[in-house]
Write a protein that binds this ligand. Sequence first.
Ligand code: GLY
Length: 445
Amino acid sequence: MKVLLIGGGAREHAIAEALKKSPSVKLYTLMKNRNPGIYRLSEKVSLKPETDLEAIKSFAEEVKPDIAVIGPEAPLEAGAADVLWDMGVPTVGPRKEAAQIETSKEFMRELMKKYSIKGSVEYASFDTYEGVEEYIDSLSERGIDVVVKPVGLTGGKGVKVVGEQLKDNEEAKGYAREILEKKIGGGKVVIEEKLVGVEFTLHGFVDGKNIAFTPAVQDHPHAYEGDRGPITGGMGSYSCPDHKLPFLTDRDLEEAKEIMRETVEAIRKEVGPYQGILYGQFMLTADGPKVVEYNARFGDPEAMNILPLLKNHFLEICEAIVNGTLDRINVEFERKASVCKYVAPKGYPTNPVKGKVIKVEEEKIRETGALLYYASVDERDGKLYLTGSRSVALVGISENIEECERIVEEAMKYIEGEVFHRRDIGKIELIKKRIEMIRKLRSNS
Ligand code: GLY
């Protein structure tokens, strides 16, 4: 079974490892950097930009894969799934139009509104500055702070929230103007009401009509301990043995699932079937779960929590996604906890160290029981170099979160370089803070 994998981060390393659990899989990977973990698992790699459709096409023509799996969002936006399906390669990852659920924040909000899907927020989109101030003022009058988002992809750097990257709603107006003038993320802007609560993520495997949910996960986007500092791609994440989260009730989870089911159905009606991984980023508010955003792929780091717990072979899931047969298989996950922590270069994300050596003692890490996934590192002359983004992810899997966290910290001793990680992720004190925040929100509502 020849599988073409697109992407070269830790998420794709986890995907590669999950695929290789099927002995029949031969992996062919197109990635922009030489990820040593993926490199070792692949029969052949093509080091090309992941959005280069010609390179994807010619690698697929050469390899003749039976199936393809697309990891990151950028190739989805470029139309990699369309190119591959059109060549006759069944592909896990939505076509360009369906991927708009991530690549256009306007498409996502309008879809939820049109199909009256619960969990949306007040919003308006603008392609000129006219009306922006009036809209923000109308929310300010009701005591509502705003979030300002470029409509298109910005590599995770475009969304700004009042109270975090923006001082107040006045500053939000300036940022909206900047997006429009500098054409950031396509040059259109969405203004939304700011949600107050605790964020969580829920993923589903989607075959166009059926959706099989994975354990809920909580990511930690802030760079520094105590949820301080700039927003990053995610510094680490955890999941629980019951596949819920300690602050989430059964009802909250069921509501989030129903929102995702309705979204999949709405995408099918609007632009055709969605086949791939759907990632719902939710805010649990006093009013229940609300959609912060959708992503058309696995979360990173969340993939490293989910895939090691999957009992099925991931290839079986991928085949069911492309064949529309998810309802015929039983998707199961280990009843275990997981903690993932990312190691990032010092200064990440604003001014990261680059080009310095990072030493990873793989054998010692394996002896601790931790799983190791390589991310933004480049392997040259037998050494690993930092490339400026999150470098290596370590994962502990065990009966409880405390033990997972301990395993990861033990393994951290075997990574050396100008790097840092968040020690507090997966610690009970931090989780208790989330539980307390939801308790307070709910008792005030
Ligand atoms: N966990 C954040 C992301 O994957 O976008």
